[in-house]
Design a protein around this ligand. Structure first.
Ligand code: UDP
Ligand code: MG
Length: 317
C-alpha cells in the first residue's frame, strides 16, 4: 500500500543550541526546499524547532529564523524538560502527515530523510535511522551503549540496535504513541511496541561540530534506567530468584548446624541461633521478591499502556 506525498514536519529539539542552530537550520532548510522542489513532500512541509528551556539565545535564534522563512516554526517550552520531553512536545503539538525527529547538532545524516520519506511512500509508518558504526562516539559511550542494548535484549525488551531518536513516523503512528501515558520517558523503547509496517535506513554518525553534548553522564544514566525499568520486570524476578537461592543455601546451613549439634561440636545456643537467622532471612528475601512481582504488576497498570492499537478499521462499510 502506498502513502500519498506527505506534509512533512521535521522536529528538532534544541537545548542551548545557539552555536549549532544557524548552520543546522540552513542545512535542513536547503534539504527541505530541495525535497519540496522535487515533489517528494508537500509545499506546506516545515521544520519545527522545540526550545527546551534553553539558557542561551536559542529561542531568539528560532524566532529570527521564523522571520526569514515560513518553513521555520518554533515551540517554546516553559522550562527544560529534557530531550525526550522536548521531542514529544514537537510530535504532539505540530500538525503534519509525517514527522521526522532529528537532533539539532545534525550528527545524524540528514540526507537520509529523503530515503525515509521514500520508504514512507512505499507504505512504511515508521522508518528507523540506524548507525552503521559508532566511530565518532567516545570509547566510553560506545562500550556502555553496547552493553546497555545487549542487556535490554537479554531481558526480552524489543530494541532496534543502534537506533536513537532519529526516525520518521506517520501521523497514525504518532496518534498511537499518544495513547502511551508514560512520564518516565524512553521513547525509542515504546516505538517498537506500536507495531505498524516499519523500515530502516543506515547512516554513519558524524561528530558534533558546534557546541558540546547536552547529554552528560547523569542524564544518560537516567535515560538508561528508564530504558530498563519501564520495560522489564526481570530485575524484580531476579530478587525472587536470589531469595530462593538464598533459601536453599540457608537450608544447607541449617542441616550443617544440626549435624554439628548432633555430633556435639556446637557451642550451646549456636545451632538454634543460626537456624533462626537463616530461616527468617531467607523468608524475608523470598517475601520481598514476591512483593516485587506485585510492584511490577502495579507499575504496568499505572502506565495505562494501550492494550491494542488498530491499524486499519474496515467496520464502517
Ligand atoms: N536536548 C534537549 N534537551 C535536553 C538535552 C538535549 O532538547 O535537556 C537536545 C539537544 O539540543 C540535541 C538533542 O537533544 O538536539 C541531543 O542532544 P546531544 O546532541 O547533546 O546528545 P548526544 O548526541 O551527545 O547524545
Ligand atoms: Mg548530538
Amino acid at each position: 500500500m502506498e502513502n500519498a506525498i506527505p506534509q512533512l514536519c521535521i522536529v528538532v529539539p534544541c537545548y542551548n543550541e545557539e552555536e549549532a542552530l544557524p548552520a543546522s537550520a540552513k542545512v535542513l532548510g536547503d534539504l527541505l526546499y530541495g525535497m519540496i522542489k522535487a515533489g517528494e513532500v508537500k509545499r506546506t512541509s516545515y521544520i519545527c524547532f522545540v526550545n527546551d528551556g534553553s539558557r542561551d539565545k536559542t529561542w531568539e535564534c528560532i524566532t529570527w529564523l521564523m522571520g526569514q522563512s515560513s518553513m521555520f516554526r518554533g515551540i517554546n517550552l516553559s522550562r527544560n524538560f529534557g530531550h525526550q520531553g522536548a521531542l514529544l512536545a514537537g510530535l504532539f503539538t505540530a500538525r503534519a502527515e509525517a514527522y521526522v525527529s532529528i537532533d539539532a547538532d545534525l550528527q545524524d545524516d540528514e540526507q537520509k530523510i529523503r530515503d525515509m520519506v521514500r520508504q514512507y511512500r512505499d507504505g512504511m509508518d515508521i522508518v528507523y535511522g540506524c548507525r552503521d558504526n559508532r566511530d565518532t562516539d567516545t570509547w566510553f559511550k560506545r562500550t556502555t551503549a553496547e552493553m546497555f542494548y545487549k542487556l535490554r535484549g537479554k531481558m526480552g525488551i524489543n530494541t532496534i540496535p543502534d537506533h536513537a531518536d532519529y526516525r520518521l513516523m506517520s501521523v497514525r503512528a504518532v496518534e498511537a504513541l499518544k495513547q502511551f501515558g508514560e512520564v518516565n520517558l524512553f521513547i525509542r523503547g515504546i516505538i517498537p511496541m506500536l507495531g505498524f509496517p516499519s523500515g530502516k535506513v543506515f547512516y554513519k554518525r558524524k561528530a558534533r561540530e558546534q557546541g558540546e553534548s547536552k547529554y552528560p553522564l547523569t542524564k544518560m544514566l537516567r535515560l538508561a534506567w528508564n530504558g530498563v525499568v519501564n520495560f522489564s520486570d526481570v530485575p524484580l524476578v531476579f530478587c525472587l530468584v536470589a531469595g530462593m537461592a538464598g533459601g536453599c543455601i540457608s537450608l544447607l546451613l541449617m542441616l550443617w548446624a544440626l549435624y554439628c549439634w548432633c555430633s556435639g561440636s556446637a557451642l550451646p545456643g549456636w545451632t538454634s541461633m543460626l537456624m533462626v537467622v537463616c530461616f527468617f532471612s531467607s523468608l524475608q528475601f523470598i517475601f520481598i521478591g514476591i512483593i516485587g512481582l506485585y510492584i511490577g504488576k502495579v507499575l504496568r497498570e499505572t502506565k495505562h499502556r494501550p492494550v491494542f492499537i488498530v491499524q486499519d478499521d474496515l467496520t464502517r462499510g
